[in-house]
Write a protein that binds this ligand. Structure first.
Ligand code: 6GU
Length: 287
């Protein structure tokens, strides 16, 4: 992928200015809805929905189960902007393009990002439908020399060599744990390490064993490049995985992982996750 045709600061400012013309308030929190988790955007009040195809310079979504629009409005009385549908590497976009909306959110005035994903559970203590709060990630695509921050650095977004050791806000994780307990989810809440592969295929058994050995608790196809882009421009980050399937370390298993179950589990946990996110939003806005 050509690195030189990355979006410039000026191009992304045009995108942000278009959105500011259509929305009269400044969102404080950005929310990226994972696969099957688009209903997080449904609970937004006083919605202004803007399809990606209407937004200057925005890429378009191509996956089933991922519509493409920004949803502006209020959650728990807090101004937010949700991405209903995100961009994935396997769709053919370079990582900087996948993560482009994060910079647009920054230019809109967003301060906090809540990133959600559907993921496979590698940790044997997890169950389908559980939530894993992301404590840390392993940037496997980065190991292979692929990173959304490659190419000339624009200091207006952030530094050339950003630290990543405090990527996930510890205070929000602590609060989210308590909120989950309060919602009766104490048996369904975990804290762990997420890793992202490019996809679109699910992993081989040998690959899953390797990921587990590396210390990953969940595996998916998103989030990491968004977090890196967000931390680069100093957005505060909270992320969680919904466990949509348990990774199977056995060649004789009858069931194969598939996209339908990923979407179904999101649907199954719809109301619980809406309440969880509303409470987390309220907490963030109060601190
Ligand atoms: Cl098992 N693997 C990956 N890479 N992504 C997933 C998944 C598995 N389950 C949901 N998303």
């Amino acid at each position: 992928h050509a690195k030189n045709d990355k979006y410039t600061f000026e191009t992304l400012t045009q995108t942000a200015n278009y959105l500011k013309k259509h929305v009269s308030f400044t969102p404080k929190i950005g929310i990226i809805c994972g696969s099957g988790l688009g209903s997080l955007a449904d609970s937004v009040e006083n919605k202004i929905e803007i399809p990606y195809e209407n937004i200057p310079h925005f890429p378009r979504s191509t996956v089933k189960g991922h519509v493409g629009e920004l949803v502006f409005g209020y959650l728990s009385g807090v101004p937010v902007v949700c991405m209903r549908g995100r961009f994935h590497y396997y769709e053919g976009y370079p990582l900087w393009k996948c993560a482009m909306p994060v910079r647009v959110m920054k230019l809109l005035g967003v301060e906090h990002l809540i990133i959600t994903n559907a993921a496979g559970g590698l940790n044997a203590n997890y169950k389908v439908g559980d939530i894993m709060l992301v404590r840390d990630h392993i940037n496997l695509m980065g190991f292979a020399g692929n990173n959304p921050l490659q190419g000339p650095n624009d200091e207006r977004f952030g530094p050339r060599f950003p630290p990543m050791n405090k990527a996930y806000d510890r205070d929000v994780i602590k609060a989210a744990r308590n909120i989950a307990k309060d919602l009766g989810l104490e048996k369904n809440i975990h804290e762990g390490v997420y890793t992202c592969l490019g996809g679109p295929n699910f992993e081989t058994v040998a690959e899953l064993k390797m990921l587990k050995m590396l210390g990953a608790d969940t595996v998916g196809m998103s989030t990491v490049h968004e977090v890196i882009t967000a931390r680069h421009c100093n957005l505060n980050v909270f992320a969680f995985s919904l466990i949509t399937n348990m990774c199977v370390f056995d060649y004789d298993c009858e069931e194969d992982p598939n996209h339908e179950e990923v979407i179904d589990v999101g649907k199954m946990r719809e109301v619980v996750l809406q309440n969880f996110v509303k409470r987390v939003v309220k907490h963030i806005a109060e601190t």
